[in-house]
Write a protein that binds this ligand. Structure first.
Ligand code: ADP
Ligand code: ZN
Length: 826
């Protein structure tokens, strides 16, 4: 195999690889990271395949491997290739998800003036001559800096100078960060064959060679450089007598993750309920059968565990994981966000002490790097983390758990590839034979549809856990001391409150409940949907609302700094005294922010300890751990927060949850708005009454008739699902069709709109030309907000079936990004 197919780190069309020849002095394997020439540049590439023949006649050599052994496994290569095809993203970018953290590196290229350049400046354009003089003075400079000096079309000008021999380009290959590697010199076969004397070596070279040969462990290169000088050792490498070998340094293992907790033996084994038992049996059957997947034996291997909070889902995951561990396999456990799920992580650590790798964003690069190798070496049974943990290099994957599967954080929305960890899990499970268990109290409507109908990707089976643990069967009374059923939910119509003269943000019912809760020494959570509910400033005379001049989103008033803040670009401005539109002076703050709620609670119940928890408070110092500790100790009596408080909190002393304004978010122009509002309200309601005392939930709204609010009030997932799925079918939205959004961003408003319009026209032509009845093009339309960080946004939406085939060979302009199965349409 003299040729390699390489995925290169360059903007190329998705899934494309390039052929390179393998020089004689080293070998490469699929999965290995290498440096390759690409056009005029040097880039990283990942060897995908070896082949006896190249795709093209003339090939260039692979320059050198970055790392002596493959970094991506064969399964990883298949997954990368699938990602690339499914998400229309470059193969290299997809494969980089599977590389150890910190491996991507850029080539640093420098330029020097050659001797030919002297006296040549007359023939050059003035700006180039000027740049050449500066270059001659400094002898060399970074290519980027030099290109900048050349001004417009600098890149083309550099290439011209290189071609005419006036400038030489020098490229330094950065090796992947070497601090974690140790480089050794080892004798090659040719050195071993001949005695040192016969080689016409300098005394220094001979001495070094001898020293290396006498070391059977490999001679540290750093030592050789120090004792004999770098040129000496490198000259021997060049002559082929010594070779360099990089060996990963062994590190003391990281301090075990809070595994100091109680050892397994102290946890009394729970007796599973019959529903749990059934779920565990089906899942473990699938795990045990993993070796025997044949076409005739196609039992579903993927599961959706639907159960309200406290119904024992986590216990089911843990049992399935025990089975996987006992078979010597590993589990990847995905959570929406690691810092918001300390209790889940705690329970994993308790059940598998010292065997859980926790991946989180606050780790130092070094820790991440070490952990990656430890995971690959099989030092952990469980890897828990956010969506990217799916790409952890576990040696033998048995199970993927996706907790709170409806959370949209499972969709990557920021960087390519824009993958959905749930869809990708199904593919990874298919490749490895692993089993996927997704769990939620309020499953994504699409997941639930697939699981309950047995259709769609991955053939998922639905497992229901309908009751909270400890709930007596229907018709029996709750005995003393038993866990209560779900919290009691009531809806407060705020229109009525207003009609009756109550202008407070609290309905009388909520105010009363809050007093009772605090008096009983219980804790309360007040939840505020952030979207649009942040305090905004409006002119009472003309209705003008202040927006950010560069982002067109509503500015939020922050009373602590007395400034208006843009939540997209962080611009901060003072509230103007006069309205920009009508000049009126009655500019008032409207809407509700967390700080306002805190102030009102303090007004209502002086002297109690209220804490807020939202993106701002966690940024300004009070970490989630601190807030958690305050809540656990009971020091914090009332917690006010946004989406963050809805997730994962398990506090037995919380008996009251108030949703300050449930309407917010309902009317966003996104077909999932209702579903999201429902699931958020259910989740937040699930925070109440987790302990022995019954919980109460009060939902305040101006729109109690809305189906999402009505269903949330009765905590009735199936009611919401029935309505939602009908609407989806009627409107042709997922799961009945697939969506793909093509997004454009540009500093020029007209340029952005033109590109989007052009693409939409092209796609419509294609639909017509192919006579497709099942593909529909919507837009282009401006995004919401229209502008982010100075970039205008326009979107084109494609809806229908077989979209991959439809879009396969569409060439996108460079500013366009394809988002397959978008989580948000704004
Ligand atoms: P979920 O993940 O659905 O919120 P959990 O698995 O956390 O539910 O269970 C809720 C609580 O009930 C936990 O404290 C758990 O230890 C307990 N629990 C789970 N299963 C059982 C069982 N079979 N018997 C008694 N307690 C259980
Ligand atoms: Zn802004």
């Amino acid at each position: 195999m003299r040729y390699a197919e390489v995925a290169v780190d360059a903007p190329v069309s998705h899934s494309r690889t390039f052929s390179y020849s393998i020089p004689d002095n080293f070998s490469v394997e699929p999965g290995q990271l290498v440096w390759v020439p690409f056009g005029r540049r040097l880039v990283q590439g990942l060897v995908v395949q070896l082949s006896p023949t190249p795709q093209v006649e003339i090939t260039r050599d692979i320059l050198q491997p970055l790392e002596p052994s493959p970094l991506v496994s064969p399964i990883g290569l298949s997954l990368g290739s699938w990602l690339s095809q499914y998400y229309f993203c470059s193969l290299f970018e997809c494969l980089s998800l599977l590389l150890p953290p910190g491996f991507k590196a850029q080539v640093r290229s420098r330029v020097l003036a050659t001797s030919a350049a002297e006296g040549e400046s007359d023939a050059l354009r003035p700006q180039t001559a000027d740049a050449m003089r500066k270059l001659a003075n400094t002898r060399q400079m970074g290519e980027g800096e030099f290109t900048h000096l050349l001004g417009r079309n600098g890149t083309r000008e550099v290439n011209r100078l290189v071609d005419s021999g006036l400038v030489r380009r020098q490229v330094n290959l950065p090796r992947a960060r070497t601090f974690h590697y140790q480089c050794f010199l080892i004798p090659t076969i040719s050195a071993a064959g001949e005695p040192t004397g016969s080689q016409k070596l300098s005394p220094r070279q001979a001495k070094l060679l001898e020293a290396v040969q006498s070391y059977n462990q490999g001679y540290p290169a750093s030592l050789a450089h120090k004792e004999f000088g770098r040129p000496t050792s490198m000259s021997l490498v060049e002559r082929g007598l010594l070779a360099l070998e990089w060996i990963r340094e062994e590190r003391a293992p990281l301090v075990a993750n809070n595994s100091a907790g109680s050892p397994t033996s102290q946890v009394p084994p729970l007796i599973l309920t019959s529903m749990q038992e059934d779920a565990v049996t089906r899942i473990t059957q699938a795990i045990t059968n993993s070796g025997a997947i044949t076409d005739t034996n196609r039992q579903p291997r993927n599961f959706l565990l639907h159960g309200v909070t406290g119904s024992g889902k986590t216990e089911v995951y843990l049992r399935a994981m025990e089975r996987v561990v006992s078979a010597g396999q590993q589990t990847i456990f995905l959570v929406p966000e690691i810092s918001l799920t300390p209790q889940t992580v705690g329970r994993l650590n308790e059940r598998f002490p010292g065997r859980v790798a926790v991946i989180h964003s606050r780790m130092k690069p070094r820790e991440k790097f070490d952990q990656w190798w430890q995971i690959r070496d099989g030092e952990y049974d469980v890897v828990v983390g956010p969506r990217s943990a799916l790409f952890a290099p576990v040696p033998d994957l048995g199970l993927i758990v996706i907790d709170e599967e409806h959370e949209w954080t499972y969709k990557q929305e920021e960087a390519q590839p824009l993958y959905d960890a749930r869809t990708t899990s199904l593919e990874l499970a298919h490749l490895t034979g692993a089993v996927v268990v997704m769990g939620s109290a309020t499953p994504d409507v699409e997941t639930y549809y697939h699981a309950s109908t047995g259709q769609g990707r991955g053939r998922t089976r639905l497992l229901e856990l309908p009751d909270r643990i400890g709930t007596p069967p229907k018709g029996r009374k709750i005995a003393e001391g038993q866990r209560s059923a779900l919290a009691r939910v009531s809806v407060c119509d705020m229109r009525e409150e207003l009609r009756e003269g109550n202008r407070s943000i609290f309905s009388r019912g909520l105010a009363q409940a809050l007093k009772e809760c605090v008096n009983a020494n219980h804790q309360a959570i007040l939840f505020l949907n952030r979207r649009g509910s942040a305090p905004f400033v409006q002119c009472r005379d003309c209705g003008y609302v202040l927006t950010c001049p560069s982002c067109t989103v509503t500015l939020t008033f922050h009373s602590t700094i007395a400034r208006l803040v843009c939540h997209r670009c962080n611009r901060r401005i003072r509230t103007p005294r006069r309205c920009r539109q009508c000049g009126g002076e009655r500019i008032r703050q409207l809407g509700i922010g967390t700080q306002r709620v805190v102030d009102e609670v303090t007004g209502l119940l002086p002297g109690i300890r209220v804490e807020r928890w939202d993106a701002d408070s966690s940024r300004s110092g009070n970490g989630p751990e601190q807030t958690m500790a305050g809540l656990a100790s009971g020091e914090i009596q009332v917690l006010v927060g946004t989406q963050m408080v809805a997730k994962g909190l398990d506090l037995p002393n919380v008996t009251l949850v108030g949703a300050i304004l449930a309407d917010v978010g309902l009317h966003l122009p996104d077909f999932r708005a209702g579903e999201r509002a429902f699931s958020l309200l259910c989740q937040v309601a699930g925070r109440a009454g987790r302990g022995p005392d019954p919980g109460r939930v009060i939902i305040q709204t101006y729109n109690p008739e809305h189906y999402a609010i009505a269903a949330a009030a009765t905590q009735d997932y199936s009611a919401m699902y029935r309505l939602e799925i009908q609407t989806r079918q009627a409107q042709g939205n997922p799961p009945f069709n697939q969506l793909t959004q093509i997004r454009f961003q540009d500093v020029s408003a007209t340029g952005c709109q033109r590109q989007a319009t052009e693409l939409a026209r092209l796609l419509r032509q294609r639909v017509a030309a192919r006579g497709l009845a099942d593909v529909e093009i919507a837009g282009p339309a401006p995004g919401i907000p229209e502008r982010i960080r100075g970039h205008y946004r326009w979107n084109v939406l494609v809806r229908g079936r077989n979209l991959h085939r439809f879009l396969e060979d569409v060439r996108l302009p460079p500013n366009g990004v394809v988002d397959v199965d978008p989580a948000h349409l704004l």
